[in-house]
Design a protein around this ligand. Structure first.
Ligand code: FEO
Ligand code: CA
Ligand code: CA
Length: 640
């Protein structure tokens, strides 16, 4: 009954943040008087600065929209005075020659490779000068495909070892990856996908390059089927570099591999990355030996990386930047400190860690030398301490325990085995670290820890197994790269089930995932309650409704619900045009098999894919992941 990412693979004896959180929460309650703040409608925020700031009523209220209630309807709801438009749904023709979307899912793999992919996730809007507020490149990840949605009733969802099976795997691979989509706002005010030479699909088969310490000549990288690495998979969140490229991250890539060979067993390294004979049940290996663990084992090591894509150069080869480590990268949030690029990345699995990469020199200098700032620098992993301090522990060959004497061969070895290296240096286990966002004014770093549903360790936090998650915030040292101070920004949940930790009038929400802070300092929080828990009372989620997006103001402590999504979806990916008058939000997996709705309407199947949801086009049509464009009817700034 757990999600795959709730099942941890970290058997190290490292400390878990769950054991520290009670201390931090009680300290916060002491400092800010949680009950008093709750009565005033304020969350106990502003923790790193002095607590009373949260209660300063003279501050300007940033969030002036009218909050929306929770929803279980199969619709997308925004505040009064706002309107929405759906663009670039799955299957939208994108590249020259692409056929129209076929409502019966009969588009072939070749068609899909020319159309917008499935399951929209992290996204960015690159303005195209000189009309950047009305014309840009929308670049987005497509996390995974759903076998009950992308095949026809006649095809079925089972992968067979024949030409039909290979075509189905090919279609799934073509539905993965990244889309570069040129869009503009037309004279009537609607946004539309436009023909542009930069429109591009990067898929599960696109040729890739490696750079940094790990090269294809490494023994663990050699593969007869893919001597040149191909494709990127399970691209969840993303990053944007200061030099204008897009970083797609490989998250639950382990689930695509499997084997029918009963004698196959995982090595210690493979176990640490959650590799099993069954995978997540995709069964691609049945038709495609590339994904058979017994045939093409080293293909595994081609995944788990951050992939740099230049949206301005459609002919460029995407590059897997190995110096950023091999984990289940949720995202790769970039910021700049003292001219150097800093990249934060959560490893989203229960009990796994938070990482940071810092370039060795100012990124402009490295680029002027023809070197990538993402190839030269230091990778660190976070240790959180109970006193509210923390340390970034370097993952550098020869330092600490990562020595030749301890069987660490070189830096490439440290990077291919990043998780084991992080275990060895004593990183702190977290509740599934998802997105990271950096406050544009304070430089504070915010991290969503989506939930600890899979963690049943005995703890005294009152939040075991912590089904709701929380948002941790830290501020980096101004004088070194290796120390920080942390606290808890928001404890998510429903006070009906956790009145100790969740303020009575905080809007109910759980499983924060997507996170972005706009240039005004508004924190946008998106939720991804798993489909096994959504809407269910026995999971404490009956009053929370469908997945949603909230806005929080760290200065005033205010939190308001801004939108709610349709049934069975997650809300993920958010960005605005530079004038803040158009917002883009992705709706991923609307209508996916969801226990609560399946019990009423039956699970979606290839024959009837719309049992849970028919969003966005309604009328019993199959649900389609899509981007929602949000504007204010009066043309004003979003959110205020
Ligand atoms: Fe793909 Fe961790 O969310
Ligand atoms: Ca996510
Ligand atoms: Ca998630």
């Amino acid at each position: 009954m757990l999600d795959t990412d709730d099942i941890g693979s970290n058997n190290s004896s490292n400390a878990h943040i769950e054991d520290l959180i009670a201390t931090r929460i009680s300290r916060r309650n002491l400092l800010t008087g949680a009950a008093a703040l709750a009565a005033a409608g304020l969350v106990p925020g502003a923790l790193l600065s002095s607590a009373p700031a949260a209660a300063n009523s003279s501050r300007v209220r940033k969030l002036r929209f009218e909050a929306v209630p929770t929803s279980t309807a199969d619709t997308f709801v925004v505040p009064k005075g706002y309107r929405t438009q759906v663009i670039a749904p799955w299957g939208t023709p994108l590249i020259a020659g692409a056929p129209a979307f076929a409502e019966d899912a009969s588009n072939t793999a070749a068609d899909q490779a020319l159309q917008v992919g499935f399951n929209h996730d992290g996204l960015h809007y690159f303005p195209l000068k000189p009309f950047g507020n009305t014309r840009g490149l929308l670049v987005m990840n497509h996390e995974y495909t759903d076998a009950s949605q992308i095949y026809t009733a006649a095809q079925g969802s089972t992968i067979t070892n024949d030409a039909a099976g290979r075509e189905k795997v090919a279609k799934a691979l073509a539905g993965h990856g990244v889309s570069v989509i040129a869009i503009h706002r037309n004279r009537s005010g609607s946004w539309e996908v436009v023909t542009d030479p930069r429109n591009r699909r990067v898929t599960g088969t696109t040729p890739m390059a490696f750079s940094g310490p790990v090269t294809m000549s490494h023994p663990l990288m050699q593969s007869t089927i893919t001597p040149q690495p191909r494709g990127t998979l399970n691209n969840c969140a993303h990053g944007v570099t200061p030099w204008g490229t897009y970083l797609a991250c490989e998250e639950n890539w382990n689930g695509y591999f499997g084997t029918a060979e009963a004698s196959w067993t995982a090595t210690a390294l493979e176990q640490r990355y959650g590799i099993t004979r069954a995978g997540f049940g995709y069964n691609w290996h049945v038709a495609e030996p590339r994904f058979d663990l017994n045939v093409n084992r080293n293909e595994l090591n081609h995944f788990g990386w951050v992939v740099e894509i230049d949206p301005a150069k459609p002919e460029s080869t995407p590059v897997k930047r190995s110096a950023l480590g091999r984990i289940k990268h949720e995202g790769a949030t970039c910021t700049e400190r003292n001219g150097r690029v800093v990249v934060y990345s959560g490893d989203d699995e229960n009990g796994d860690y938070l990482y940071k990469f810092v370039s060795s020199a100012p990124w402009r200098r490295l680029r002027a030398q023809g070197r990538s700032p993402l190839d030269h620098g230091t990778l660190y992993v976070a240790r959180f301490d109970a006193d509210g301090t923390g340390a970034w522990l370097p993952l550098v060959h020869g330092q600490g325990p990562l020595t030749t004497a301890n069987n660490w061969v070189d830096q490439a070895d440290v990077l291919i085995r990043t998780r084991l290296a992080a275990d060895a240096v004593g990183a702190t286990k977290l509740h599934r670290p998802e997105w990271v966002a950096v406050h544009p004014k304070t430089g504070d770093v915010y991290v969503t820890l989506t939930n600890g549903s899979g963690n049943n360790a005995a703890v005294n936090s009152g939040r075991d197994p912590n089904p709701y998650g929380h948002i941790v915030r830290f501020s980096e040292s101004e004088t070194d790269d290796t120390s920080f101070q942390w606290d808890i920004f928001i404890v998510a949940g429903d006070p009906q089930y956790d009145s100790v930790n969740v303020p009575a009038d905080q809007p109910v929400f759980g499983s924060p995932d997507g996170l972005w802070i706009d240039d005004r300092g508004i924190v946008w929080i998106q939720t991804d309650i798993s489909n096994s828990s959504q809407n269910r009372a026995d999971r404490g989620y009956d009053r929370i409704g469908n997945n949603q997006m909230l806005a929080a103001d760290p200065e005033s402590g205010e939190i308001k619900r801004f939108l709610t999504g349709p049934r069975g979806c997650e809300i993920t990916g958010v960005i605005m045009t530079p004038d803040r008058r158009t917002m883009f939000v992705n709706v991923q997996h609307p209508g996916e098999s969801t226990t609560f709705w399946n019990n009423q309407f039956g699970a979606p199947t290839v024959a009837n894919p719309a049992t849970v949801s028919s969003w966005p086009f309604g009328g019993g049509k199959r649900p389609r992941p899509a981007t929602v464009v949000i504007t204010r009817i009066d043309g004003g700034e979003i959110g205020r």
